[in-house]
Write a protein that binds this ligand. Structure first.
Ligand code: SAM
Length: 237
């Protein structure tokens, strides 16, 4: 009897300790840091400043195809007519419009961005090009505002490293994917010193995989056939 009471009291105390435990500390902050970063760190990596809409011309630069082989990336996504996909951190829509063409009129592309000015550029281009299967979505820093369980593939080109709340954003992205849906990261290779991009705007494959560990996704494959970027595929479990 005494044993039962001791066990009961131990369980109650343990439960109260768990309830009183502070929430996990996901992010840390440093005063001395890379000037291209925001001084906020996730799993040892400094988060970069968001690229402002004033830089949209750089995203549309004509030499981008030659530098980054953007059409090769699109091919690697294997998009099919009728698919529902998201271009997360769509910027000026450099990838949104070819994606819209690949999924066709029966498919759709959610063009998600946290800057209204980027979405305004996309909306102007939709009107000028008479594109109807793109849905512009204004996200917050913690929520991409996508419908749950409806998306076949989410693409992030040169975006993830600048999400101010990477854990929360990926948690919501995974909810938005269908089971078996794909989350695709395209990041400049940190491992390659010849890639001419600022340090905090690059990511190693190892770091991306580490940061996906808290989420119910599995690393499917990494393509390293683009000149500057990794293409890292995860599948929702
Ligand atoms: C470097 S640009 C890349 C744009 C586009 N993916 C491309 O390759 O042309 C990064 C974009 O991510 C967007 N972004 C940053 N944080 C975001 C967030 N929390 N949610 C949605 N978009 C975000 C920025 O506003 C910017 O348009």
């Amino acid at each position: 009897m005494r044993y039962c009471w001791t066990l009961f009291i131990t369980l109650v105390v343990a439960e109260e300790l768990v309830a009183a435990a502070p929430p996990p500390i996901r992010y840390t902050y440093r005063k001395i840091h890379d000037p291209d970063g925001i001084g906020k760190f996730y799993m040892g990596r400094e988060i970069a400043w968001v690229m402002g809409y004033q830089g949209a011309d750089w995203l549309d630069r004509p030499e981008r195809e030659k530098e980054e082989h953007t059409s090769k990336l699109l091919k690697a996504l294997a998009l099919k007519p009728g698919m529902v996909v998201a271009d997360l951190g769509a910027g000026s829509g450099y990838y949104t419009f070819p994606m819209a063409q690949l999924v066709g009129p029966k498919g759709k592309v959610y063009a998600v961005d946290v800057q209204q000015e980027m979405l305004d550029i996309i909306k102007r281009r939709m009107r000028a090009r008479k594109v109807e299967n793109v849905l512009p979505v204004l996200s917050t820093e913690t929520d991409p505002k996508l419908p749950q369980g409806k998306i076949d593939l989410i693409l992030m080109v040169d975006v993830y490293h600048e999400l101010s709340h990477p854990y929360e954003m990926v948690r919501e992205m995974v909810k938005a994917l269908k089971p078996g849906g794909l989350l695709v990261f395209v990041e400049y290779r940190l491992e390659d010193p010849n890639v001419p991009i600022k340090l905090v705007h690059k990511m190693s494959e190892k770091q991306v995989i580490r940061e996906m560990q808290p989420h119910p996704v599995r690393h499917l494959k990494t393509l390293d056939t683009l000149p500057w970027q990794h293409v890292i595929f995860f599948e929702k479990e």
